[in-house]
Design a protein around this ligand. Structure first.
Ligand code: BGC
Length: 441
């Protein structure tokens, strides 16, 4: 009786332990291994660099009379036509990976109509990366969506998940064999991050959305920063989980994840409010990543000090970037530690950088950020790559072309590129070695 009970207790303990570690252990043994270098790259997104993306939702928002966008993207960096020279430049600088997005609005400009030309274009971009020994790091959705999707309500529409899955299916079937690593969404938590601890939505946003809806002959217009944040998060998490399955069933075997907008959140006094922010903004995504993905992408630029009354304003005397954010490159360390501890996954820093016209300040930022990354790694955080935001000076959404975040400056009138000294500095800090990724299947 007694021994029976203790055997039962042993079994139970073992069962509990096995359940707690079942996912990583099982997948690690059964999984194929995809070897990638320690990823050292620079990042972009389609809408911000490609130019003339006519079927995108942002294109409508930036042109309505009550727009909150400083200026339209227009031809941007004309990267859609100049990707060959841009990719060659990135490789020449000494990087080993290029992060860019596939644009749903180009691939499916009208509902149900797939553009073979757009898919062929992205195949060329991927091939070009391989020709230059760059690992293509692909984002399936980086903020811009097709206007028709927005006019159906965006992520609040009933069949939003199915629409996204169809796009992922078509795209990964056509391109998967050439992809090196990918994320479903870019910063799906950004809306919540911007709302937490703040008085509400910016004035004028609703008017802008109503005008955009009217222009599309609809009564709604849902873009990446609109809608009920919880409803949208639930939908996008469902879409992410199912998209991972859809993408995995296509050709190619590559690490899959999701990238999150983060600040390095530091408690001032009791950590209660800081922890509340973490729960509200990141936690559901980190748990979803843990249960579905191979990695989590950390995108971090600065820190937030959080006291019992919420976010503590940064002191007037502290150094700031051109975005008005505190100059705090050490944010990489805190954000990676936190993300890894909750997601229990490898981390890739998929964005980090600074808006500044002073390249010496950027160089200072880069040196400190890489040192922060190294501290976290030495301490055992499994970090597998670093991407600087951004590769080219590009369209900074509602801030237009005013902030300069690129390693490479772009004279848009001439479409001429000039690498800044920080580009060579960062390329020279590239971490050696490669990593065997045991992929979840
Ligand atoms: C986004 C980029 C953006 C960058 C700097 C991130 O939130 O992913 O698209 O340009 O931050 O603002």
């Amino acid at each position: 009786m007694t021994s029976g009970n203790s055997a039962a207790a042993r079994v139970t303990r073992r069962t509990v332990l096995a359940a707690a570690t079942a996912w990583p252990v099982r997948s690690a043994f059964a999984a194929p291994c995809r070897t990638l270098p320690f990823l050292w790259g620079a990042a972009s997104s389609g809408y911000q660099v490609e130019g003339d993306e006519r079927a995108a939702d942002i294109r409508i928002l930036e042109r309505v009379p009550s727009t909150l966008f400083r200026e339209p993207a227009g031809l941007a960096d004309d990267h859609y036509r100049r990707y060959r020279e841009d990719i060659a430049l990135l490789a020449w600088l000494g990087f080993n990976s290029f992060r860019f997005s596939l644009e749903w609005a180009r691939i499916e400009p009208e509902k149900g109509v797939i553009s073979r030309d757009a898919l062929a274009h992205y195949r060329d971009v991927l091939r070009c990366c391989h020709e230059h020994d760059l690992v293509p790091c692909v984002t399936y959705s980086h903020f811009a969506n097709p206007a028709w999707f927005a006019a159906e309500g965006g992520w609040e529409a009933r069949d939003a998940v199915d629409r996204f899955l169809r796009y992922c299916d078509v795209t990964s079937r056509a391109l998967g064999d050439l992809i090196g690593i990918a994320a479903t969404f870019n910063e799906p938590d950004l809306h919540k991050l911007l709302l937490w601890g703040r008085p509400g939505e910016p004035a004028g946003k609703q008017a802008m959305l109503s005008e955009a809806a009217r222009q599309c002959g609809s009564d709604r217009f849902g873009y990446y920063l609109s809608g009920d944040p919880q409803r949208v998060e639930d939908r996008m998490i469902a879409a992410h989980r199912r998209a991972i399955g859809v993408i995995r069933s296509g050709p190619g075997q590559y690490p899959l994840g999701v990238t999150l907008a983060m600040t390095d959140d530091q408690a001032v006094g009791p950590p209660g409010r800081r922890d509340e922010k973490r729960r509200y903004v990141y936690e559901n995504w980190l748990v979803a990543a843990r249960e579905s993905a191979d990695f989590v992408g950390v995108q971090v630029y600065t820190r937030n000090l959080i006291g019992p009354a919420g976010i503590v304003p940064t002191s007037a005397s502290s150094e700031k970037t051109a975005m008005g954010w505190e100059f705090y490159p050490d944010c990489v360390e805190g954000a990676c530690r936190y993300a890894a501890s909750v997601a229990r996954l490898p981390v890739v820093v998929t964005e980090n950088g600074i808006a500044t016209d002073d390249d010496a300040q950027r160089q200072h930022y880069i040196r400190s950020a890489v040192a922060a990354l190294e501290r976290a790694r030495r301490d055992g955080v499994d970090i597998r790559g670093y991407y600087h935001w951004s590769f080219l000076d590009s369209y900074e959404w509602s801030a237009g072309y005013a902030p300069h975040m690129g390693l490479v400056s772009v004279n848009r009138a001439m479409q001429a590129r000039v690498p800044k000294p920080s580009a060579a500095l960062l390329a020279g800090l590239k971490l050696p070695g490669s990593v065997c990724w045991k992929l979840v299947r």
